[in-house]
Design a protein around this ligand. Structure first.
Ligand SMILES: CC(C)(COP(=O)(O)OP(=O)(O)OC[C@H]1O[C@@H](n2cnc3c(N)ncnc32)[C@H](O)[C@@H]1OP(=O)(O)O)[C@@H](O)C(=O)NCCC(=O)NCCS
Length: 225
């Protein structure tokens, strides 16, 4: 039977990882999808408040698990060089802790990427959120040649804003959007390449990116930074 190594020959993203001294981001395989779904079911946030723009954590089982898996499978099946979402699995000491995703449209021309993230509750408040965002920013700016990275968080999401602030993002306006069906303020955040350069780290390693460039950067414009 074909194994994961065979799959990586066709789908090089399976070999992509980003390592920092504290955490590792790995492109998720099927076991990681299952593990992330189980971890998210155990709790990602205080149910009293909704940190996401899509309230996926409000669903009951088994719809919760099925929709989570559809989301992950979809991210793999729908990936193209012009439109991608990479839900990188976060490992702390080889233990699955959450997701740090990166997404982009027309990245070859725009060089703009967005990010989103969550951690299982037991991993909150230990600096892991900051570390995994630093890791994905390294992949996007250093590995792929991004010129700006964007994010968004509800006005009252203290930890998410704390991560963004500490990594050099600036507020970039806000949108009025539905949050659990009611209008609320989602703050837009922007990190320019210049601000990232001021804080760039030399202890983050990107592994396995070369074979993935064609999958993430379309056409002739493949030169990374
Ligand atoms: C957002 C999330 C990934 C952050 O990860 P984390 O590991 O808890 O955060 P960290 O410990 O790395 O750091 C958080 C930063 O915010 C600060 N912070 C934490 N709680 C805060 C609060 N209530 N108000 C203001 N700042 C706060 C911390 O001091 C730290 O900043 P510092 O390093 O400058 O001191 C995590 O809390 C999470 O998964 N939350 C639920 C899902 C979520 O909100 N996802 C993001 C949606 S936009």
């Amino acid at each position: 039977m074909a194994q994961l190594d065979d799959a990586a020959a066709y789908w090089p993203l399976f070999q992509l990882s980003v390592r920092t001294p504290r955490i590792e981001l790995r492109y998720p395989d099927e076991a990681a999808f299952m593990g992330l779904t189980a971890l998210a079911r155990k709790g990602v946030h205080d149910p009293a408040s909704m940190p996401f723009s899509i309230a996926w954590t409000d669903q009951e089982s088994p719809a919760f698990e099925r929709e989570a898996l559809k989301h992950y499978w979809g991210s793999r099946a729908n990936l193209s060089a012009n439109s991608w979402n990479l839900p990188m699995a976060v490992f702390v000491d080889d233990e699955l802790a959450g997701v740090q995703d990166a997404n982009a449209q027309d990245f070859a021309k725009l060089r703009v990427a967005g990010t989103g993230s969550w951690l299982g509750l037991e991993f909150h408040g230990r600096g892991i959120g900051k570390e995994m965002r630093a890791a994905i920013l390294h992949l996007l700016f250093e590995g792929l040649g991004a010129v700006r990275c964007v994010s968004g968080a509800w006005h009252d999401n203290g930890p998410s804003h704390g991560v963004s602030r500490s990594l050099g993002y600036a507020e970039n306006g806000e949108d009025l959007m539905l949050r659990r069906g009611e209008p609320d303020r989602l703050i837009r955040l922007l990190l320019t390449r210049a601000e990232w350069e001021k804080r760039r780290r030399d202890d983050i390693e990107i592994v396995g990116l070369d074979g993935c460039i064609d999958m993430l950067i379309a056409s002739e414009d493949k030169a990374a930074s």
